[in-house]
Design a protein around this ligand. Structure first.
Ligand code: ZN
Length: 334
């Protein structure tokens, strides 16, 4: 598969930032005991780079684990890291709205790759085309579209949903792209990067199969989940789950009593089985939702960032397993 390695100059041109006065093409990274310095835009990509690169790479994440890529402000330390990096791995699909400005201020001379290159993007706030489950069911999702758009989990650029890593098959595409970019930056270790990517992709595929089988055991009409973050479109498309953003709840502010009343109505109206609303930290309100609707209220889902090393989602594979487990449990899977 062709990997999308683009030069900094091209990236800036594509991003509409000021053109560089000079971009020199770099010689291939010489084989040396020093690990290849790589920067990833956020923690999920940094983990993928680590899985593929192992000890051959030294990877830093701009947005740290637990950080919010939506409101991220690059720091002077980020510009310093970028200056030393040979490769910058970004998601693309408009996820890193802050990146062009950082690139135009940092003296970065390596390559930029978009890990999502080659995946089939989903439109923002829309369910997928070509999803078997939805076609089988043949019911109308127009209301879901509206709700998702109203929730406005928007990275602000483009019409594509950037959260493509929430489908493990896309994750495998990311891993292949990363392996080819590392191989191009450090050809002496190309075989090792590709071998690591093969092993890692096999683990991702096994989890994809297991996740698919687990959700298939839950009746389709039960697979309706409310989440406060509109970040699970790809997950829903891949595994046949309707993710619906709650009316009247934002991911930032603590939900009010009126918000809770609206959410309860929505759960009843739409026959929703499980709720993941992170803005409701008040146990009493969670109990109220469960009491009045019978819907299960699940724990934390990780969408745009890993947890810290001691949390339940310190790596991409762990994050996916955790999210799938939380959702399946809340939907009443064994
Ligand atoms: Zn997001």
């Amino acid at each position: 598969m062709p990997v999308n390695v683009i030069s900094r100059r091209m990236f800036l041109a594509l991003s509409g930032a000021a053109a560089l006065t000079a971009t020199t093409s770099l010689p291939a990274f010489a084989a040396s005991p020093e690990p290849l310095p790589v920067v990833a835009s956020f923690s999920i990509l940094a983990d993928m780079v680590k899985q593929v690169g192992g000890d051959l790479v030294d990877v830093a994440s701009l947005v740290p684990p637990g950080g919010d890529a939506h409101v991220y402000e690059p720091t002077p330390a980020d510009a310093r890291r970028l200056r030393e990096a040979r490769l910058l791995v970004v998601n693309g699909l408009g996820f890193e709205g802050w990146l062009p400005r950082l690139l135009s201020s940092a003296e970065f001379s390596g390559n930029v790759i978009e890990a999502s290159a080659g995946i089939k993007p989903l439109p923002l706030g829309e369910p997928e085309e070509g999803d078997d489950h939805h076609h089988e069911e043949g019911h109308d999702h127009k209301d879901d579209h509206k709700d998702a758009e109203a929730a406005g989990h928007d990275h602000g650029h483009g019409d594509s949903d950037p959260h493509a890593w929430q489908d493990l098959r896309n994750g495998i595409v990311y891993v292949r792209n990363i392996a080819e970019a590392l191989a191009a930056a450090d050809p002496a270790h190309a075989d090792e990067y590709r071998r690591n990517a093969d092993g890692y992709a096999a683990s991702l595929r096994a989890l994809d199969d297991a996740t698919r089988a687990r959700f298939a055991s839950i009746p389709r009409e039960r697979r309706k989940v409310v989440t406060s973050h509109d970040a699970f479109g790809y997950f829903g498309a891949a595994y046949g789950i309707d993710f619906i953003a709650p009316l009247g709840a934002s991911s930032e502010a603590e939900a009010s009593a009126a918000d809770i009343a609206r959410i309860i109505d929505q759960i009843r109206d739409q026959g929703i089985s499980a709720v993941f609303v992170e803005s409701i930290s008040n146990r009493r309100l969670i109990d109220q939702i469960t009491r009045e609707t019978g819907a299960a209220v699940g724990g934390t889902l990780y969408s745009d960032a890993l947890s810290g090393p001691d949390g339940p989602a310190p790596a991409y594979l762990d994050m996916f397993r955790h999210n799938a487990g939380e959702i399946a449990r809340a939907l009443g899977a064994d």
